[in-house]
Design a protein around this ligand. Sequence first.
Ligand SMILES: Cc1cc2nc3c(=O)[nH]c(=O)nc-3n(C[C@H](O)[C@H](O)[C@H](O)COP(=O)(O)O)c2cc1C
Length: 181
Amino acid sequence: MSKVTIIIGSRRTGNSQHLAKKMIERFKKERIISNIIIPGNQKIFLCTGCMDCDVNGKCDFKDDMEENINKILESDTLIFITPTRWNLLSGDLKIFMDRLNPLYTPKKLENKKMVAIAIGSKKKEEYSTESAITSLGNFADSANMNSVYRYQFNECLEANDILEKEDEINTMLEELIKKVK
Ligand SMILES: Cc1cc2nc3c(=O)[nH]c(=O)nc-3n(C[C@H](O)[C@H](O)[C@H](O)COP(=O)(O)O)c2cc1C
């Protein structure tokens, strides 16, 4: 049975969280086990760059990343949903990614499936959301993960705008299920 962790880069009850909720409902029907992490709602200290984790595979900080890392180790697929911010991934996700460094040297992210989804207010033609996905993809490449799917939702500014795109969400979910199963 496939296990998925969805990591959401926005702490508002907005488009990213709405999408994750729909994803989980759909996954349940396929018997895919999923859990959610919202780093912005957690206690996560900033990486100091001390590099101790490169030596002993552990971070000295005691915070919510201990449980997050356990969830990630158990997952076959990581799904990152980011709001586009300045053409990039959200700061909440970058802080989270930095704290995954203990998994880098022991290669524990390698070959896990990576799904990158970005949501932004601009039009597709402006390539802003595309840039945010690229920044997620750069993380996956650096970690030698297996990038299996990427998708962007454009023209979502207000917190509920994505809920107007039900057909698009359902089509996306059908494609996604095939990659995650
Ligand atoms: C600081 C900040 C920067 C943003 N930068 C962009 C951007 O570069 N491109 C874009 O399309 N939308 C940008 N947006 C809009 C958000 O991506 C958009 O509102 C998105 O739907 C937010 O997702 P959420 O509802 O899950 O928080 C920005 C929003 C904020 C708060």
